[in-house]
Design a protein around this ligand. Structure first.
Ligand code: NCD
Length: 303
């Protein structure tokens, strides 16, 4: 039995397989509509979510399965003081697979040690978000047809942005990837992320200047400043509008740039950009459902 806690739990070959399955689901959805008949997915969300939880639920329904769960900690026994391990053991009695989001780093891992069914990390604090990374990789593969040789810019809250940490981890395994980290001084990537780029021999630069970095990028991955992970509101207010992407700023960008964002967007991308053919963030939303369908099939070992 396998869980997905960290994107590196999957080999690059397995990621290729998941992408191939997701593309096949997109092409032949009917073929998959009964694959999980009789199976149940539990979504245990101790933190807010729109896309991740609903895409998991839509994914399971489109596979013919069913869904149970909760969408806030306050409506579960966590509010009474139950441990994550006990919750995971309990839900193992009712479901076949769990998607869990939790504000504490490592909580889905702890759950996976106690559960008797696969656990999928749907975001743990400011740490990791492997299924967003699968979504991002499917999107990059559909937009660019490759991972090797891309120059990828990450902009915004690189300190607390868990989607950034997981995607950088995944990109470090491809050839000649260059990473450009664009953030305020206070919101630079954690040192463990820098270590993994160094260890992989990935070329990276850190800058505070989005406009200067833009022309060389193949992908620009924007992120929101993660208000809920700040220690004080003052710092958040000071940093939240550090970067706002507008049509004017895109003037010197590549014509085939892909603009990505895990969403939710607050202010980082002006809505005028939504109609630009380079905007990919709503494609990511849709891709997220298909790649989660592929992941559920894999972890449930459905043929
Ligand atoms: C992200 C998350 O939850 O980390 N959202 C998502 O799952 N698509 C990004 C964010 O909240 O900023």
């Amino acid at each position: 039995m396998r869980s997905l806690i960290d994107i590196l739990d999957l080999s690059p070959a397995e990621i290729d397989e998941l992408i191939a399955t997701a593309n096949d689901i997109i092409a032949n959805p009917v073929k998959y509509s009964e694959k999980c008949r009789g199976k149940k997915l539990a979504t245990l969300f101790f933190e807010p979510s729109t896309r991740t939880r609903l895409s998991f639920e839509a994914a399971m329904y489109e596979l013919g399965g069913s869904v149970l769960g909760f969408s806030e900690a306050q409506s579960s026994s966590a509010a009474k003081g139950e441990s994550v391990s006990d919750t995971a053991k309990t839900v193992s009695c009712y479901a076949d697979i769990i998607a869990m989001r939790h504000p504490k780093e490592g909580a889905p891992f702890v759950a996976s040690q106690a559960a008797s069914i696969p656990i999928i990390n749907a975001g743990d604090g400011g740490h990791n978000h492997p299924t967003q990374t699968l979504t991002d990789l499917l999107t990059i593969s559909r937009e660019k047809g490759r991972f090797d040789g891309l120059t990828v810019g990450f902009c915004g809250d690189l300190k607390f942005g868990r989607t950034v940490h997981s995607l950088i981890g995944a990109l470090c395994r491809y050839k000649n990837v260059k990473i450009v980290l664009i953030s305020p001084e206070e919101l630079k990537v954690p040192s463990y992320v820098k270590q993994s780029m160094k260890k992989a021999g990935v070329e990276y630069v850190q800058t505070t200047d989005l406009e200067q970095a833009l022309p060389e990028l193949d992908i620009l991955y924007m992120t929101r400043v993660q208000r809920e992970r700040f220690f004080n509101e003052e710092d958040y207010l000071r940093l939240r509008d550090s970067y706002i992407l507008t049509p004017a700023k895109l003037k010197n960008a590549k014509s085939d740039l892909s603009i990505m964002h895990p969403l939710p967007r607050v202010n980082e991308i002006s809505v005028e950009i939504d109609d630009d053919p380079r905007a990919c963030y709503f494609k990511q939303v849709l891709n997220g459902k298909y790649v989660r369908m592929a992941l559920i099939l894999k972890l449930l070992e459905v043929e």
